[in-house]
Design a protein around this ligand. Structure first.
Ligand SMILES: [Zn+2]
Length: 344
């Protein structure tokens, strides 16, 4: 019987030591010290033992009972202490401020593009899009820019290393004007569209040039469209964009795909035409190119140039944004510096 008690002691101490939670500790207590527990049974069975063994076994069993009790209590204290610590770590203070998620902004170029689009949509223009990978035909030929034209210089255009198809070599479009051709090929007049999008030119990357930039193209074709309408539409645009007080000036220019062609300038938004550093003392800021669609372009898409006339215009979104927000370096738009972007 003594050996049995020794075994119980050894086993119980080991189990108590290994217990990690209150629940298993409680079941150990019941197993050893409960009303039907192992020790209780032994104590109850004392009367069946030979009389000479009873005192020593009884004493040993009672000592073991006390020992296990204190051991269980000690282990319970340890477990409780550990639980308090971990509860403390998870304590949740509802008065603390929440996590701050930074608010996102639209890129200034996106904002300006949307503003341009909205102004022209208000005047009945519909938005069209075209591919950024174009062929020589759509980027140049159909726009009356023949093979020997300087704009087709290899140095200005990113040609792609792809096998050419019947529309010529593949390239990254150098302007959004190919969208004019694609829309006219599938639609008959009247049509009134704007086409915002990305363009690519093998330009230097400096304060006023970028190999990547974006444009908005405009095209209006119908019977009897006049240069006067072109002027009126673009004047409304300039004043919506830069304020009612802005004056516009059209000066003759050259583009292969329009005839006559013009450049639109606005009175300098900084000096109001007095002359300053931004406008180079001229009082005017060049804004965009425009003109009446060249009859050769109409012939390419199967429009009768005797019946239809139209105007087209194209503007750099970066340039509009730079004038609007008085930004003097185009590279700021592409550097993703949050200190810059957060101002818009
Ligand atoms: Zn000025």
């Amino acid at each position: 019987m003594k050996e049995r008690l020794n075994e119980i002691e050894k086993e119980a101490l080991k189990e108590i030591e290994e217990t990690q939670d209150r629940k298993s500790l409680e079941s150990l207590r019941i197993r050893y010290l409960g009303r039907k527990g192992l020790l209780t049974q032994i104590l109850r069975g004392l009367k069946d033992l030979p009389e000479e063994e009873r005192p020593s076994i009884g004493q040993k069993a009672n000592q073991l009972k006390t020992r296990l009790s204190s051991f269980l209590q000690k282990r319970l204290d340890e477990i409780q202490k550990r639980e308090e610590v971990s509860v403390g770590e998870e304590l949740f203070d509802v008065t603390l401020p929440g996590k701050q998620f930074p608010v996102g902004y639209k890129h200034p170029l996106t904002q300006v593009e949307e503003e341009i689009v909205e102004i022209f949509r208000g005047m009945g223009f519909q938005v069209e899009e075209g591919p950024e990978i174009e062929t020589e035909y759509y980027n140049f030929e159909a726009l009356n820019t023949p093979k020997d034209h300087p704009a087709r210089d290899l140095q200005d255009t990113f040609y792609l290393d792809l096998p050419p198809d019947e529309k010529g070599e593949y390239l990254l479009r150098t302007h959004t004007s190919p969208v004019q051709i694609r829309v006219m090929e599938r639609q008959k007049p009247p049509l009134r569209i704007i086409a915002p999008g990305s363009c690519y030119r093998a330009d230097a990357f400096d304060a006023s040039h970028s190999p990547y930039f974006s444009q908005v193209e405009g095209l209006y074709v119908d019977e009897g469209v006049t240069f006067g309408e072109l002027k009126g539409t673009l004047e409304v645009f300039a004043q919506e964009m830069f304020g009612r007080g802005v004056k516009v000036r059209f000066t003759p220019h050259y583009f292969p795909f329009t005839e006559p062609s013009a450049e639109l300038a606005i009175s300098c938004v900084i000096c109001q035409g007095q002359g300053c550093r931004t406008c180079g003392g001229a009082g005017w800021l060049e804004l965009l190119g425009c003109g009446m669609v060249h009859p050769a372009v109409f012939e390419k898409v199967g429009y009768d140039p005797e019946k239809y006339t139209g105007y087209a215009f194209g503007m750099g979104i970066e340039r509009i944004a730079m004038i609007k927000y008085r930004i003097n370096d185009i590279r700021l738009f592409y550097e993703n510096d949050m200190r810059f972007l957060e101002q818009f």
